[in-house]
Design a protein around this ligand. Structure first.
Ligand SMILES: NC(=O)C1=CN([C@@H]2O[C@H](COP(=O)(O)OP(=O)(O)OC[C@H]3O[C@@H](n4cnc5c(N)ncnc54)[C@H](OP(=O)(O)O)[C@@H]3O)[C@@H](O)[C@H]2O)C=CC1
Ligand SMILES: CC(=O)N[C@@H](CCC(=O)OP(=O)(O)O)C(=O)O
Length: 346
């Protein structure tokens, strides 16, 4: 698979490129940034020294001219593009790549919400690619492999939604929860979740554990849509670099037993190497810098309540490694290919 990564100077782009360099079925053809990027002309290893000696591909500026020069002719040799870019940019450009026969893996939120009217509210722009939006397939790898394999436009889930949906779907897809009851998702993320752009809110001396965007975060509709159940989402920013944890409280139907809950989770994740059911409450340190999601739950049958917690690396299972899982599925490979043992057949 010959690929392009747009957004190569960002945190997600860097992790994605790092994974691509170790994938023996995927070949990086171009690494791109914005037209006025200060990173244009630098090599990937100059920008992200972690990959010194691994990837010296130069970063170039993406523009309509670049697209015309490299993509518009049918002779292009590109099979797929990864958008590790702002939401509006992905929403603007995905259709043009699809029309050239190029598969799109969008790591932004540009194609995750099915209802176009939600974009002005939650993303601040009117969606212009309604045809692509309808065509887009949500890419929660452990739950939608068949749909991902059949689609040319994959909306890779966000970091909080990934951890939340891995926790919720075994319950809601088996209708074990009390209909119309309160489902509260508390999430905590490290600062890399905000991206590489410097801002006062994420500068070293300013960051402290705090809730943010309460009752108005754009992940609330994404989680509700994909869980098929309305949630309340309370994100928190914490003073560490990477890793994300959600703890979810939801009411079970009165007749549901803890055995049914256990069966729902073991059924969902018995054959998913990257989602681990762990015997203690998950810890960020056990998943940071890995493609894993660690899950644990506890049921109180008297209160008819289950508490589920899931920890992931926001840049990996919450973005880049899940995008690789989606690409693997598109290639007909096991979703975990190259993620457990880099570059080798499983
Ligand atoms: N951080 C996280 O934990 C997660 C982020 N995401 C999503 O992934 C995407 C990238 O996030 P992240 O890496 O954190 O963000 P960063 O701000 O770190 O990186 C954004 C990247 O997009 C590039 N870019 C910006 N505008 C354009 C443009 N017009 N044309 C081409 N490239 C452009 C930037 O290049 P430059 O500035 O050099 O021009 C940079 O490489 C976002 O949509 C984010 O919401 C999804 C899941 C998790
Ligand atoms: C700490 C922090 O700021 N996190 C980001 C989530 C990053 C992310 O997951 O972006 P997507 O929406 O593309 O998934 C936020 O809350 O907006």
């Amino acid at each position: 698979m010959n690929v392009i990564v747009i957004g190569a100077s960002g945190y997600v782009g860097a992790e994605l490129i790092g994974l691509l360099t170790q994938h023996n079925k995927i070949s990086i053809q171009h690494l791109l940034v914005s037209e006025n990027s200060t990173s244009s002309g630098k090599t990937f290893e100059q920008l992200h020294a972690r990959w010194q000696g691994i990837c010296a591909v130069p970063l170039h500026s993406f523009s309509p001219h670049w697209f015309d020069q490299h993509i518009s002719s049918p002779e292009h040799n590109i099979d797929a593009v990864f958008f590790a870019t702002p939401h509006e940019f992905s929403a603007q450009w995905a259709q043009a790549f699809i029309e050239q026969g190029i598969k799109v893996f969008d790591l932004s939120g540009g194609f995750r919400l099915k209802d176009a009217s939600q974009y002005p509210v939650h993303y601040g722009f009117e969606h212009q690619s309604l045809k692509a939006l309808q065509q887009a397939q949500y890419g929660l790898a452990e739950w939608q492999a068949n749909e991902i394999a059949a689609s040319d436009l994959i909306a890779v889930p966000g970091c909080y939604p990934t951890a939340s949906l891995l926790s919720l779907k075994p319950i809601t897809s088996n209708a074990l929860h009390q209909e119309n009851s309160l489902i509260v998702v508390n999430g905590i993320s490290g600062v890399t979740g905000a991206g590489r752009k410097a801002s006062l809110a994420t500068s070293f001396c300013e960051v402290s554990l705090t809730p943010y965007n309460i009752l108005q975060h754009r992940h609330q509709p994404e989680i509700s849509q994909e869980a098929n159940a309305e949630v309340i989402f309370n994100p928190h920013l914490a003073p560490y670099k990477r890793g994300l944890l959600v703890t979810i409280t939801l009411q079970l139907k009165a007749e549901v037993t803890s055995k049914q809950v256990d069966e729902a989770f073991t059924q969902a994740y018995q054959d998913t190497p990257l989602v681990r059911i762990v015997n203690a409450w998950p810890k960020i340190d056990n998943v940071a810098h890995t493609p894993f999601a660690d899950l644990h739950w506890q049921v109180d049958e008297n209160k008819h309540v289950v508490v589920v917690s899931c920890a992931i690396d926001n840049l990996l299972k919450g973005a880049a490694s899940q995008a690789i899982q989606c690409a693997n599925i598109s290639l007909g490979l096991p979703s975990e290919y190259s993620l457990l043992m880099p570059g080798r057949d499983l």
